[in-house]
Design a binder for this molecule. Structure first.
Ligand code: HGY
Ligand code: MN
Ligand code: MN
Length: 430
């Protein structure tokens, strides 16, 4: 991709003076960003202080409505596509391919205030800063809110951005059934965000996503900014075990076909695989459902979810292979039927080195410590990387905690990330 028509990959724009003098010396307003983050965090707040806006629920609709109202207040042209992705467009001085920035506002059930929200509201803060200065970038700027990034209700995760880049046919995305049995397309209609714009509305010149790290690296090292250059591979599957319910007291152990035991064995095996492979290998059994789930009944059925990730594709496949072999042996040993259903499978992604260098340079110019890193979490950026030069900016997560009401980032780090985003977007768009 040529970043400025010279036909070479994204290079540093060192010293490229911004086209519009009003673009020089801009600075975001931390108070405004923090205020919007708090207003959005209040939508779907639970008793334990979590943010619960599962994709396409009424809470997600309320969050979408609030963000769209802010987009309109800032004079952005709002478009919604057929999978419910929302775009706020700020015209450039020239009608060129836009620079896009954004993330998601849907959350897991026990979400924090910043996961996804920071990327959307950070991009909105960039827009308002430009508006205040009466500044105009050469390229249009597009603020994006992607549908169902979390995948907690409808798998796979990053569904909206995956469909946007052509990685998932629209009809298949709309026909996805959630963990509550609802069809994604019906829920999209119900909340009024089944838009009319076709998928892939904009082919961005570049995409940059600001996000909290959600892991411990920056916080442990005391580093302020992460220039994210890659993202690990993700493998999700649902495992259904069919055994035989029986009396917990009368059934000898040798006669049992215990789906509950199998579910527990799967959780233990996943930990073993992670330990055997070591390095970046992570394995998680996040959901366990037993039927009939009663104290004195041997479980007839069990459904568990399996999340396996690694930065290296070959080792991810090795982990998947070991797990599949284990399931086969378990079914034979316990006399149960085991079926698996793939929910998501994304290979590791490399981001654009040129944009990562722009991020590093702006962090350095602000006196902020910065390091290259990979992302352990999935993000919409990994999908946009399929169609345009893409990178991410991370800010520290205190204690590395996320997908947890205790998720927290220092206000000065939230502001620093948004400031690096401003400078990066202005450079890429000018
Ligand atoms: O699963 C993930 O990594 C992201 O939070 N959707
Ligand atoms: Mn996220
Ligand atoms: Mn998340």
């Amino acid at each position: 991709m040529s970043c400025c028509g010279h036909g070479h990959a994204g290079h540093d724009h060192a010293g490229s003076a911004p086209a519009d003098p009003a673009l020089a010396g801009l600075a975001i307003r931390p108070d405004r960003l923090l205020d919007r983050l708090e207003q959005l965090a209040a939508i779907g707040r639970t008793d334990e202080g979590a943010c619960c806006r599962l994709a396409l629920t009424d809470e997600d609709r309320a969050g979408r409505d609030l963000v769209v109202s802010w987009m309109r207040e800032l004079g952005l042209e709002v478009r919604v596509d057929r999978i419910g992705n929302i775009f706020g467009v700020r015209r450039g001085s020239e009608d060129l391919a836009p620079v896009m920035s954004g993330s998601h506002i849907d959350t897991v059930r026990t979400g924090g205030r910043f996961d996804g929200n920071l990327g959307v509201l950070g991009a909105l803060e960039v827009v308002e800063t430009l508006n205040d200065a009466g500044a105009r970038t050469r390229r249009p700027l597009v603020v994006a809110v992607f549908t169902n990034e979390e995948g907690a209700r409808f798998a796979p995760d990053m569904l909206g951005s995956l469909a946007y880049v052509g990685g998932l046919p629209l009809q298949q995305a709309l026909d996805t059934v959630g963990i509550d049995g609802k069809r994604l397309g019906d829920e999209l209609e119900r909340i009024g965000y089944a838009g009319d714009a076709g998928l892939g509305l904009y082919r961005p010149h570049a995409f940059v996503e600001l996000h909290i790290e959600q892991g411990p690296v920056l916080d442990l090292e005391g580093v302020r900014i992460g220039a994210v250059e890659s993202l690990q591979g993700i493998s999700w599957q649902e495992v259904s075990i069919t055994g035989q319910s029986n009396h917990a007291g009368t059934t000898p152990m040798r006669l049992r076909h215990d789906a509950g035991y199998c579910a527990a064995a799967i959780g233990t095996k996943l930990r073993e695989i992670a330990r055997e492979l070591g390095g970046d290998q992570v394995c998680t059994m996040g959901m366990v459902r037993l039927h009939p789930n009663l104290i004195n009944v041997i479980a007839a059925r069990a459904t568990v979810t399996v999340d396996i990730r690694n930065t290296d594709e070959a080792r991810l496949q090795e982990a998947e292979r070991r797990f599949a072999d284990f399931l086969e042996a378990l079914a034979h040993a316990e006399g149960v039927k085991i079926e698996t259903r793939r929910l998501a499978r994304f290979e590791p992604v490399r981001f654009d080195d040129g944009i990562a260098r722009v991020v590093e340079r702006h962090a350095a110019s602000m006196g902020l410590s910065c390091r290259r890193m990979t992302s352990g979490a999935g993000h919409d950026a990994q999908m946009l990387a399929r169609i345009c030069p893409t990178a991410m900016i991370f800010v520290p997560s205190i204690g590395g905690i996320s997908h947890n009401p205790a998720e927290d980032t220092r206000p000065e780090d939230l502001a620093a990330g948004a400031e690096v985003l401003l400078r990066t977007l202005v450079e890429l768009a000018s």
